[in-house]
Every structure is written in structure tokens, then in C-alpha cells.
Design a protein around this ligand. Structure first.
Ligand code: SF4
Ligand code: SF4
Length: 370
């Protein structure tokens, strides 16, 4: 399985268009007429925050698809309770859709098809079965809970609205949640014609929304989301074989690591000192330690969401909390969290548009989660 990688250091339309041209989408989409573009539209963040797929990338893909005669729709379901219309405006998608006169579709109101996999029920946007193919336009980022997010995790947005947060409630453990992601992947993977990842300015640190933009200066593409993630996460500094959902997805794609081909010049390439979170290491230590060590570890390894003074009292975090552990009381400077109910899913941290929630860490947590 081939993973294309090209160095592009800024959002220059012509350079991105050239990369898209090289992918020969007319061959990949030979018998397909109607295409759904699924960017990463996690929330109402402007492009410079590097949370969402940059509109110039979306513009270049649409321009090319129109040139080869495709009909296009564009959609995603943001996380939490964020207004979809606000997301379209802030992320620059509304402007791009108007420029090309293509419909923006709302997964929350557009209807679902219920599917089963890995003993789980998934309500999935029906659009993926109404079009002939989906193009996954993902973003290259770290992720506080799952360590890394790219192509496979972007497909989680095919589940509309707040149902996404509910899976955190039902599957709070990191390993269980990895099964949710790979379970969903098993259903939707055959609908995805190609995955194109915007890594020009991605995110490091407390991703997927509260981290720091980082100019990785690269774009990726592959017909397999799992192969793309295997390569891209490795370049970020992760050991991809430790990222459970990526390994499970590779298995679903029937891809051996030795089958993954990348351009020669990118072999063994790693970005310099990316700020990554290795929560997975903590999970593994807990899973394999004797009880006494586990207890000591649990006592000294703590992390939880907390607030700084940037809160604008928008209530998005409160509405997005799957445990109803948050409350915004009149007169308070920010919401309060009932930590007995909190499962540390970090949905609040992920959804806050104003960087007002940070992850508080004990000394041991700071040491392990770099
Ligand atoms: S308060 Fe806890 S349970 Fe609620 S969204 Fe935040 S981390 Fe998740
Ligand atoms: S912390 Fe404040 S600003 Fe952030 S989502 Fe919650 S209420 Fe809104």
C-alpha cells in the first residue's frame, strides 16, 4: 500500500493543487460521480488555530474534482454541542462552498443508518451511502486521549452530534475507546476512496484542539487510512505499533507493515522533538503492573481538566460533557466540575473554543506525558 508524502511548507494553492493532481484522482474515482468530502471540522476554530482542515486544501481538492467532472458535497459533524453553522463559518468552509457552489451537508439533521460492529451499535451519517465515494480530508495532530489523530480518527466525525461523547461514557478506558474507533472503521472503510492529510500546519502538544500549531510542512495521501496513519504517526515520534486503533485498523485493511511503501527520501524521517502525549504508556503500566504498584501509581499519577481565566461562559463544555459532570452557576467565572463523576475523557478540553480548559497534571503525569 502506497503512502504519498510531499513537502509543502505553506498554504499556497498552486503547490497544494499540484500535489492533488499527482494523485490521479480520475483513476481512483473512475466509476464514481458523487463525492462526499469529509474534512476535520472538530469545532468553531479559525484556520490559523490548526485544529481543522485548512480551507486552501479543501479548495484545491474541490477545484480538481470539478475539473474531472465530479459532483461534490461537503460535510462533517463537529464534536460536542457546537453549532454546525458557526463551524462552517469560522473554519472557512462556508466561503469555499459558496465559491464553488457546492452544498454543505449537516450530519446531525441529515439522517443516520444504524450499523453494528465489534458488539457495538453505530449511528452513522447516511450520506456516506448516498454518495459514490468519500474523500477523507484529515488533519495531522496530537491527541490528548488517543495520542495521535489523523485519517482513521477523523472518521469518528461520521457519527452525528453528541452521540460521539456518549461513547466516552460507555468506553472510558483508552483500550476500549480504541475498539470503538476501529469498530467504526470496519464499517466505513470501504466507502473511503482516498485519504488526504493536511500536515502543512498541524498540531503538537495538547491536541486535538488546545495544542500548539506546528509547521510540519507536509501533505500525505493514501487509499488506506491505516497505512497513512502508521507512517504519519511514526514521523511524529510515536511508535505506531503501540497505537492500538491504528494497528487494529491495519489488520482490518489486511495490510502488513512490510507492504507499506513510502517515497525513498522519507524513509526513516522523523520530525524534530514533536511535543507528544504518551498516555498509552501509562495505560500499559497500569495494565501489566501488580496491584500494589498500580495503587502507588494511581495515587501519584493524576491528570484532570481545569480552568484558566480565559473562559467566556459559552457553555459548550457543559453541554458536551457525557457525564453531566459540569455546571455553570450564575456569577461564577467558569463552570465547575464534579470530579467524582468526571471520567477524564477530555471532551471539554477538546471542545472549548477559547483555550480556557487545560489538563492539570501531577509531577509523575508531567514526567510520563511529555
Ligand atoms: S468534565 Fe470530565 S467527563 Fe466531563 S467532559 Fe470534561 S473530562 Fe469528560
Ligand atoms: S471553559 Fe468556558 S469558554 Fe470554554 S467551553 Fe467551557 S464555558 Fe465555554
Amino acid at each position: 500500500m502506497k503512502v504519498d508524502i510531499t513537502k509543502i511548507t505553506d498554504y499556497d494553492f498552486d503547490k497544494i493543487y499540484k500535489f492533488i493532481e499527482k494523485l490521479q484522482l480520475e483513476k481512483i474515482l473512475k466509476d464514481k460521480k458523487t463525492i462526499l468530502l469529509k474534512p476535520n471540522l472538530l469545532g468553531a476554530f479559525p484556520p490559523e488555530r490548526a485544529v481543522t482542515t485548512n480551507p486552501v486544501v479543501v479548495d484545491a481538492v474541490i477545484t480538481y474534482l470539478k475539473k474531472i467532472g465530479k459532483d461534490i458535497i461537503l460535510g462533517d459533524s463537529p464534536g460536542g454541542s457546537t453549532s454546525v453553522k458557526l463551524v462552517w463559518e469560522k473554519t472557512g468552509m462556508k466561503e469555499i462552498a459558496e465559491k464553488h457552489d457546492i452544498p454543505l451537508v449537516n450530519f446531525i439533521t441529515g439522517g443516520i443508518i444504524q450499523q453494528k460492529a465489534a458488539n457495538l451499535e453505530f449511528p452513522i451519517t447516511k450520506y456516506i451511502w448516498e454518495v459514490d465515494a468519500v474523500i477523507n480530508l484529515c488533519k495531522y495532530k496530537t491527541h490528548s486521549l488517543m495520542s495521535y489523530t489523523g485519517a482513521v480518527k477523523n472518521l469518528y466525525g461520521l457519527i452525528p452530534g453528541l452521540k460521539k461523547s456518549e461513547y466516552h461514557k460507555e468506553h472510558p478506558d483508552h483500550t476500549q475507546f480504541a475498539k470503538v474507533i476501529s469498530g467504526l472503521y470496519s464499517i466505513v472503510k470501504d466507502r473511503i476512496a482516498i485519504n488526504i492529510m493536511d500536515g502543512i500546519v498541524g498540531m503538537e502538544g495538547e491536541g486535538p484542539s488546545a495544542g500548539d500549531p506546528r509547521n510540519f510542512g507536509v501533505m500525505f495521501a493514501s487509499e488506506s487510512a491505516s497505512a497513512l496513519d502508521y507512517v504519519a504517526s511514526g514521523m511524529m515520534g510515536f511508535r505506531p505499533e503501540k497505537l492500538e486503533y491504528i494497528m487494529a485498523s491495519l489488520k482490518l485493511d489486511n495490510i502488513e507493515i512490510s507492504d507499506i511503501e513510502i517515497p525513498e527520501e522519507w524513509r526513516n524521517f522523523k520530525f524534530h522533538k514533536v511535543k507528544i502525549k504518551k498516555i498509552g504508556l501509562y495505560i500499559k503500566i497500569l495494565a501489566y503492573s501488580p496491584k500494589i504498584l498500580k495503587d502507588i501509581f494511581k495515587k501519584h499519577f493524576t491528570f484532570y481538566p481545569d480552568f484558566n481565566d480565559k473562559c467566556k461562559k459559552c457553555n459548550i463544555c457543559v453541554e458536551s460533557c457525557p457525564m453531566q459532570a459540569m455546571e455553570l452557576r450564575e456569577g461564577d467565572a467558569h463552570p465547575t466540575i464534579d470530579y467524582d463523576k468526571c471520567i477524564k475523557c477530555m471532551c471539554c478540553h477538546e471542545m472549548c473554543p477559547y483555550h480556557a480548559i487545560y489538563v492539570h497534571k501531577s509531577f509523575l503525569a508531567k514526567f510520563i506525558i511529555k
